[in-house]
Design a protein around this ligand. Sequence first.
Ligand code: PMV
Length: 349
Amino acid sequence: MKITKSHTAQYTAPSNIALVKYWGKQAHQIPENASISFTLKKCLTNTRIVVTPKLNEKQFIQVFFEGKMNEKFVPKIQKMFHEIHSILPWILSIDVEIHTENTFPHSSGIASSASSMCALAACLVDIHGQVYGIEQEQLNHILISEIARLGSGSAARSVYPRIALWGHVNSIKHSSNKYAIDINEILHEHFADYCDAILIVSNKEKSVSSTAGHSLMKNNSYATARYAQANKNCEKLISILQSGDEQAFVTLVEREALTLHALMMASEPSFMLFESETIQIIKSIQAFRRETNLSLCFTLDAGPNVHILYSKRIKKEVEYFIETQLKPFCYEGRVLYDELGLGIEKIKI
Ligand code: PMV
């Protein structure tokens, strides 16, 4: 299948923060365990792509990041195109120009692969609809999620509003390792207005790529137990999200974050992504919670920055605490205040 004319599409896609973490994968980005994440609102990637019939044997992929040509992303996109060829048969017969930018600061230490791969997947599925004359409404989010997964695993979850589940769990009928699904129907109102303050401890690039991190799980002595625990934690979190039990949420989410980092420390070679400020922030949050009884909790990505999750109901108290007590631990005092958002959005061109 070849395309015969030029097509274009533009989407924004959000970043997401995992509550139960995906860490460890099989071939073709099939996760070793299920994961659940909150979708963010303000940390977005905006991507426009233009595809044209391929001129030469070699495929021409040009990426412009924040207006400047950037070759760094090309190998990952090439790999993704080969992976998705069986789903989008025209993908290797095109030349493509990709214009992409993030709403969050370039060197904020926030991983952009989830939002960028999800935005790219949404554009490609839109173009697939154009090529086959399929109405956009009929192109489903599951297809976008599956394609996003083949770009970067966690990107599969960025498609949906507020909350997504990726990976098979017994209690959720249509859950799958191939794509994420929308689980908004289980979300208790206590969690529907959650905020995420991202405390930037370091703006440096990650010292270990997530690809390298995932592959270290292969020889990690705790791997089998971890995958079983993560699946169990997904089941537990689903019932917590249904019941609205914020205390149980705090306990589970913090343990997940610390387990992710413990796995990294137990890998061979071992690596530690905490900075001393990360630990100071975690301890301050725990002390503040003991003093106030407020249900705020921290979570972490594969890096030193700290995400603080809390309901809008306690926004004033938590943000005063962050501004007065935690900002000094942040790189240049940087904190990004985000909240649950609405998933991918098509931009009319
Ligand atoms: O999507 P990847 O391959 O960059 O992996 C992301 C892994 C974590 O962010 C650490 C956890 C997660 O589930 O998002």
